[in-house]
Design a protein around this ligand. Structure first.
Ligand code: SF4
Length: 374
């Protein structure tokens, strides 16, 4: 008999209201539990059920998810690049010999492994949603606990002060906005202070909470983000059905009250949004709501989500057909592949405009790699 383990996320984060089915609906190591907010359950029911474009993103398909090996448990090599608690430093800055900044770098700071619903294609399935008693091979700070300790947060703030070649922080997780007000108050105002003191230029906050459960967003979220100088809210949104009245309302509030720039990130997913018409509707709506389409990501090659991957040539073809149909302000997204093994993000060519053979690419350090080596 399989053991059901109570994953009472509400005990650790008051912003989460989800009904997990338990570990039997997780990946083999215990991560990515099937846990869906009541709001999203209702939306899935209204948009085609488990085989609709939202159901496919959030309802577990254990047979497909467990089919492959664990080769790509950490395809983006994030554990390898974690150099302070939760801080992934891949896009590194550089100092000149005289100590001045040659060029700036940016860090991703994963501050929780909780989300308000779990996406079945999540790149960080190796750690998100894991119950606390499960030990993993991941060396990430949040792999074995839900939140960072006060000492770890202090450590990171000092780390950012000490590394003047870092001028940008991307808050991530899990979903940082699912954490409690008291936890985020230990982080966001201190990042705002680093901006004021000249240690940081840009703070981005990555979140899917406005889609997963906009009803969990309160006035304090707007106030807290508003403490940052020119905050960027990076919204993960994949299908126009996710842009409900409730979601658009909170996104407007982030723009109006927090004075945030809201940018969108979309994962290209087979059976969900691999269609010119769907992406056209998504980007058109985002642009008309004042949200700038920013990234369209090729699905990362994590072993549990290979059934979502659109072959690259087909992806480029769809992208090439889509671009000419969009207004210039809706065609602001770049289609990128976050190349496995930590080579960074590489934009894909716009199929209809360039005749590219896709045999090789150059990473963010300018080094050439053959595509067949991946
Ligand atoms: S919201 Fe982001 S971190 Fe959370 S499960 Fe979805 S993709 Fe993963």
């Amino acid at each position: 008999m399989k053991t059901k383990i109570d994953l009472d996320f509400a005990k650790v984060s008051p912003n989460i209201d989800i009904k997990p089915r338990g570990l039997t609906m997780s990946l083999p190591h215990g991560g990515l539990p099937e846990a869906i907010s009541p709001y999203m359950v209702q939306l899935i029911r209204r948009t085609g059920g488990v085989n609709g474009p939202l159901g496919r993103q959030f309802v577990a398909q254990p047979d497909k998810e467990r089919r492959f090996s664990k080769k790509f448990m950490d395809p983006l090599n994030e554990d390898h690049h974690e150099i302070a608690p939760g801080v992934v430093y891949k896009y590194q800055g550089k100092l000149n010999p005289d100590g001045s900044v040659a060029h700036y770098g940016r860090v991703l700071w994963t501050v929780t492994r909780l989300c308000a619903t779990y996406c079945r294609f999540c790149t960080r399935g190796r750690e998100v949603g894991l119950p606390p008693h499960i030990k993993t091979e991941s060396t990430a700070a949040i792999a074995n606990k839900f939140f960072l300790s006060d000492e770890e947060i202090d450590h990171v703030i000092q780390f950012l002060k000490d590394h003047k070649e870092i001028n940008e922080v991307i808050l991530s997780g899990g979903d940082p906005l699912t954490a409690s007000q008291s936890y985020l108050t230990k982080i966001i105002p201190r990042l705002a202070a680093l901006q004021k003191e000249g240690h940081l230029d840009i703070v981005r906050v990555g979140s899917r909470l406005p889609v997963h459960n906009p009803l969990a967003i309160s006035d304090w979220h707007y106030e807290l983000l508003g403490q940052l100088k020119n905050p960027y809210l990076m919204l993960h949104v994949n299908h126009p059905f996710e842009l409900t009245e409730e979601t658009l309302h909170v996104l407007q509030n982030f723009r109006r009250i927090s004075l945030a720039s809201v940018l969108s990130q979309t994962v290209f997913l087979k059976g969900v949004n691999d269609s010119v018409d769907v992406l056209h509707e998504l980007f058109r709506t985002l642009a008309s709501e004042g949200i700038r389409p920013y990234y369209l990501f090729q699905n990362d090659p994590v072993y549990w989500a290979q059934h979502f991957t659109v072959p690259m040539k087909r992806a480029v073809k769809i992208w090439g057909q889509l671009r000419p149909k969009l207004s210039g302000v809706a065609a602001t997204a770049r289609f990128v592949i976050d190349v496995p093994f930590g080579y960074g993000k590489v934009p894909l060519p716009e199929g209809a405009c360039w005749d590219a053979d896709l045999s090789h690419f150059y990473d963010f350090k300018g080094e050439r790699h053959e595509l067949e080596d991946l």
